[in-house]
Design a protein around this ligand. Structure first.
Ligand code: R5P
Length: 282
């Protein structure tokens, strides 16, 4: 198993990644030639700093490919996975470009968690790359059940895309409608509508999504559930990017917020390691 320094919060790194004075990445995989003909799991995060981390992944994969190894890239969060649809003419299909690049660089397959465009657990081929998406859903629900200490818990997703996460827990999903891109240099499609007409009065509710990015979705969902008179509102997601101060805002607006350590954060309370071990990946 090879481990990048950007996973040193979980495992001891054995890949060298340094920076040249001009900011370019230096990568070395000591002992690469001994891996010739062997399958090897390569654990490397592609976030934060996605563009740089992706390029580092390409350097690692290419080095292993040239050494004759068969690398399976284990990247807990797959960036660009939300750019899997085109809205305007001439837009780049970033999710596909990324997967194709990883494949071309030498990835035999990619193992990730709750891959946004797959919208279910399992295996798929996308951009020519075999992808296995593992779901953190059950572990996140289990964690929420501990927090409510055995009391009843309703589990609701804030949009249809995350509905697979709530299957087996009542399967309730809110409806989210995004509008046009906002003006300016930052690309973001505003949320026009987010609604769900569920009876949550006096209930403990877990809102579960694949990711919290700007927090726009989760904050709207919390507001909706609180207006319905819920007793306790918990928010969870596999990936916590927590942009634009959203963690602080969520902490104020709900009773508990937690994510997995696919991306490290102050509320990464659910660990990916047990699942990677259980699936025989590491
Ligand atoms: C989108 O469909 C995803 O499942 C998330 O709901 C979304 O990406 C979260 O983004 P934000 O936190 O910016 O609303």
């Amino acid at each position: 198993m090879l481990v990048s320094p950007n996973l040193s919060d979980i495992l001891n790194p054995n890949i060298d990644i340094k920076v040249f004075p001009d900011g370019e990445s230096y990568v070395r995989v000591p002992g690469a030639k001994e891996l010739s003909g062997k399958e090897v799991a390569v654990l490397h995060r592609l976030y934060p700093d996605p563009d740089k981390s992706i390029f580092q992944a390409l350097l690692i994969l290419d080095t292993l490919r040239k050494a004759g190894a068969k690398p399976a890239l284990v990247s807990p969060y797959l960036p660009y996975a939300r750019q899997d649809k085109l809205f305007l003419e001439g837009e780049a299909l970033s999710s596909e470009v990324l997967c194709r690049m990883l494949k071309l660089a030498g990835a035999e397959r990619l193992i990730t968690f709750d891959c946004h465009f797959m919208k279910k657990e399992g295996k798929s081929v996308y951009g020519g790359l075999e992808i296995e998406s593992i779901s953190m859903g059950p572990a996140l629900v289990e964690h929420a059940r501990k927090i409510v200490d055995g009391e009843e818990l309703d589990v609701i997703s804030p949009d249809a895309g995350a509905s697979y996460l709530v299957e087996g827990h009542g399967g309730k999903s809110m409806k989210k409608v995004r509008g046009d891109y906002v003006e300016g240099d930052e690309t973001y499609r505003k949320i026009e509508k987010l609604e769900g007409d569920f009876d949550v009065k006096g209930r403990n509710v877990l809102i579960l999504d694949d990711m919290i990015s700007t927090g726009g979705t989760m904050l709207r969902a919390v507001d909706n559930i609180k207006k319905g008179g819920a007793r306790r509102v918990l928010c969870a997601a596999t990936h916590g990017l927590f942009l634009k101060g959203s963690l602080e805002k969520l902490k104020i607006s709900c009773d508990s917020v937690f994510v997995s350590d696919s991306i490290p954060s102050a509320v990464s309370e659910v660990k990916i390691m047990p699942l990677l071990k259980e699936k025989g990946i590491i």
